[in-house]
Design a protein around this ligand. Structure first.
Ligand SMILES: Nc1ncnc2c1ncn2[C@@H]1O[C@H](COP(=O)(O)OP(=O)(O)OP(=O)(O)O)[C@@H](O)[C@H]1O
Ligand SMILES: [Mg+2]
Length: 290
């Protein structure tokens, strides 16, 4: 085929179907490295779902994050530990767009430059974040809370007209099973135990089917039994989602961890299995020294 015929064909196809996603009007690949950001699509061909390099943040001259470099593989469950003030929460603030770093690189997959996106966009791109305190709607039932999680970013009119389609109903039923709340679907969220509220909030994140879940101290305040069930839950989620879990509870970390990253003074101090990092002199020193 001659170039002019190819061009004509591309224009005809574009006229009928609109441009192919990721292609220009003429059929060429869009030159958008670092900007391609279709919700639900993350390019992990390079084996990383999250990639941070040389990230720095200072607050009034104090280096909270200091040349932090870290990457996470698709489907991985990565545990992050470190003393108070190490920068763990700040790192999550950076990934989710709440805090802008002074310098460095933060990529979601190999093409989405997270530093070009706002906090709300980042959630839409497939990064769900769970803060320490549960933030469920106490006056609504478990079902309504999960249903509401599908309505985010819809206008008031759209939200009022919103009805679950069959795929969404199936998803909701699946999430209820996953978070062990299938028997509590009609209960008011306010009447749930602390652990159940935490699971419900995780369920609300799961309704959006995030690629990456960031969980900051998820078992703080839970009973031993709730902690054990949360460990089971995270092991079920691993593989289907990538997880970054920050925790101080070492027995919980021992149950769920493969690779553990130790943060200290805003950068990676050590990384390996829990036994490896716990045997590392530098890690022992920072934990005992405080
Ligand atoms: N917005 C801010 N303004 C000023 N300093 C801040 C801000 N956010 C964090 N910091 C400081 O940055 C450092 C890292 O805090 P961060 O909350 O990330 O630690 P962390 O590892 O999550 O600790 P913890 O285990 O106690 O939750 C701390 O010294 C904290 O006081
Ligand atoms: Mg913290």
């Amino acid at each position: 085929m001659t170039p002019d015929l190819m061009e004509e064909g591309a224009q005809r196809i574009a006229k009928v179907h609109g441009p192919v996603p990721g292609q220009t009007e003429s059929g060429g690949r869009a030159a958008d490295f670092g900007r391609h950001a279709t919700p639900g699509e993350v390019d992990v061909t390079h084996g990383r779902i999250l990639y941070l390099e040389d990230v720095c943040v200072s607050f009034d001259g104090f280096n909270a994050i200091n040349k932090l470099s870290l990457d996470i593989a698709p489907g991985e469950l990565r545990c992050i530990i470190g003393p108070n003030g190490a920068g763990k929460t700040t790192m999550m603030d950076i990934i989710t767009g709440k805090t802008r770093p002074d310098s460095g690189t933060v990529f979601f997959g190999s093409t989405i430059d997270l530093l070009r996106h706002k906090e709300a966009d980042i959630a839409q791109l497939g990064i769900g974040r769970k803060f320490q305190k549960p933030t469920v709607f106490e006056q609504l039932t478990v079902f309504e809370n999960l249903e509401l999680a599908l309505k985010t970013n819809k206008g008031v009119r759209q939200s009022m007209l919103f009805r679950l389609d069959s795929a969404q109903s199936d998803r909701l039923a699946e999430v209820l099973e996953t978070i062990h709340l299938a028997d509590s679907v009609s209960r008011m969220a306010g009447n749930l135990s602390h652990g159940q509220k935490q699971w419900l909030e995780i369920g609300m994140l799961l309704m959006q089917d995030p690629k990456l879940l960031l969980l900051d101290e998820p078992v703080a305040g839970m009973t031993d039994e709730e902690t054990a069930r949360t460990a089971e839950l995270f092991l079920t989620l691993k593989g289907k989602h990538s997880l970054m879990v920050v925790e101080h509870d070492m027995s919980f970390i021992r149950t769920i961890s493969e690779i553990v990253t130790v943060l200290c003074d805003g950068s990676v101090l050590a990384q390996g299995t829990l036994d490896e990092v716990q045997g590392d002199e530098r890690v022992i020193e920072v934990y005992l020294g405080r």
